[in-house]
Design a protein around this ligand. Structure first.
Ligand SMILES: Cc1cc2nc3c(=O)[nH]c(=O)nc-3n(C[C@H](O)[C@H](O)[C@H](O)COP(=O)(O)OP(=O)(O)OC[C@H]3O[C@@H](n4cnc5c(N)ncnc54)[C@H](O)[C@@H]3O)c2cc1C
Length: 436
């Protein structure tokens, strides 16, 4: 965990805090002692890739850096167990030599397993759930100091609530999840004008294991990306060191430098919006290529931004994204980023945005130096009308009262949380306002 001048910051720089203590326990015994004796609110960040103040505390931050690595592999049941702070890029390199791979991944591989499970981080694919949906069990240290193993059979309530719980129920030390035999993915990119895209959307979703599109709202075509399983040859996977370094790759690529430069200028030069969006929409995500799954899913994201993302019922996704684009155009909203449209299967984790609902996710981004209010606030009203549920790691302004309406098991979660942590040891001000 990086602390600079006593301060912790999230990836975008939009959330900072000055904890009184930062502790780095070496094992579960030290972790239990750290939680028991902690001053103030205890938070356990992953790599801080959330845009919401989930990790903000002036009390104690726990660095779980020692809780990494592969802890067990049940080959017959295709279940792997990892230390909860294992970064995703490392999971890929640990599973591959064993002949396995993750079922799905999102846009990047910099987060920790505990972090992605904490917020139901997802990729795309209508038959594929979020990271939380693939969890089969976890070990958790509660505020009481008790350590529980939770699964569908052991403490099933805590299992259902804990799979998406933003660190409110306790500290996960190990997480087990379904994996699958290793596989290669062929990536293809292509452009479609919006009318054609929406006419073909159901087919594109159904015929590709992973389909998503990016739409710069002032451009007249969307950038589409598919990933499909293939038996074609792929280059050998990179080493763990290379995967680690990959996070920084691309920052100096000419298109990324241009993208950054234009995003710096756009707020002062709104007349550039349309030409800039048209130009950005010439960039293909990548040339067609085949790679092992853990290398194919993530891409470098080096231009820092803030993000809002909502999950809406799958059948309403197309109307919702069209309405958002219309709104942005009509109101000349200034943004240098595209909308991102993905699909996620329904699951049964209580606080999952995909709880009992096949979904489409729609994400909006604003360059880190740009005020998000003009874009995020009115678009959130659109999401509201489409029964949207916010991504827990991304910006939203929903209140406790609203969450109770849109999450059918919200109240049950609240009560279980209060039972497990009556003193609110893990509840910072932000989470207290939503779940206290
Ligand atoms: C560039 C970028 C790209 C992204 N791409 C995607 C994407 O494709 N799909 C998507 O859905 N999201 C995406 N996100 C959001 C991101 O995946 C989530 O916010 C995720 O939760 C971040 O993981 P993290 O390891 O950084 O955890 P943090 O943000 O540090 O923490 C997230 C939550 O997890 C909890 N937590 C972490 N470890 C533990 C533990 N051991 N025990 C209990 N609780 C724990 C924390 O307390 C916190 O509440 C992206 C974010 C960025 C910045």
């Amino acid at each position: 965990m990086k602390i600079v001048g006593g301060a912790w910051s999230n990836w975008s720089g939009g959330v900072t805090c000055k904890p009184r203590h930062v502790v780095a326990p070496k094992d579960e015994v030290e972790l239990a002692a750290a939680v028991r004796t902690a001053e103030g609110v205890v938070r356990v960040p992953g790599t801080g890739h959330s845009f919401t103040p989930l990790n903000a505390t002036d009390g104690t931050l726990i660095d779980l850096g020692a809780f990494t690595g592969l802890k067990g592999m049940d080959v017959a049941r295709e279940i792997a167990t990892f230390g909860a702070a294992t970064p995703l890029w490392e999971i890929g390199t640990l599973l591959h030599p064993l002949g396995f791979g993750l079922i799905n991944m999102g846009d990047i591989d910099r987060q920790t397993l505990g972090g992605v499970v904490g917020t139901a981080t997802h990729g795309t694919g209508p038959t594929l759930g979020s990271f939380s949906a693939s969890v089969t069990g976890f070990q958790i240290l509660l505020a009481s100091g008790e350590v529980l193993h939770c699964s569908r059979d052991d403490h099933p309530e805590i299992f259902d609530a804990g799979r998406v719980s933003m660190g409110m129920l306790g500290v996960m030390t190990e997480i087990s999840l379904h994996v699958r035999p290793q596989y290669k993915l062929e990536e293809k990119g292509f452009f479609l004008p919006p009318d054609e895209l929406f006419a073909k959307l159901d087919t594109l979703k159904a015929e590709n294991r992973h389909f998503e599109f990016f739409w710069f709202p002032y451009a007249d075509r969307a950038i589409c990306k598919t990933l499909n399983e293939t038996l074609q040859d792929a280059p050998p996977p990179r080493s763990a060191e290379a995967m680690f370094a990959r996070g920084e790759a691309g920052a100096r690529a000419p298109d990324m430098m241009l993208f950054t430069a234009i995003n710096e200028i756009l707020p002062y030069a709104p007349f550039l919006l349309r030409p800039a969006h048209r130009m950005f929409s010439q960039f293909m995500p990548a040339p067609p290529r085949v790679r092992w799954s853990h290398e194919a899913f993530p891409s470098p994201r080096n231009v820092r931004f803030n993000e809002m993302e909502y999950a809406v019922p799958a059948e309403k996704g197309a109307d919702c994204v069209r309405e958002i684009v219309e709104f942005i155009r009509k109101n000349r909203i200034n943004t240098g980023f595209p909308l991102e449209f993905r699909t996620v299967a329904a699951d049964d984790a209580w606080l999952s945005p995909f709880y009992q609902r096949p979904s489409v996710t729609i994400a909006l981004h604003q360059y880190r130096r740009v005020d998000t209010g003009k874009l995020f606030k009115p678009v959130e009203d659109i999401f509201r009308r489409y029964e949207g549920r916010p991504h827990w790691g991304k910006r939203h302004t929903r209140t406790a009262g609203e969450l109770a309406q849109i999450y059918p098991v919200y109240e049950r979660f609240r009560q279980l949380r209060a039972k497990l942590d009556p003193q609110g040891k893990f509840l910072n001000r932000y989470l207290k306002s939503l779940f206290g």
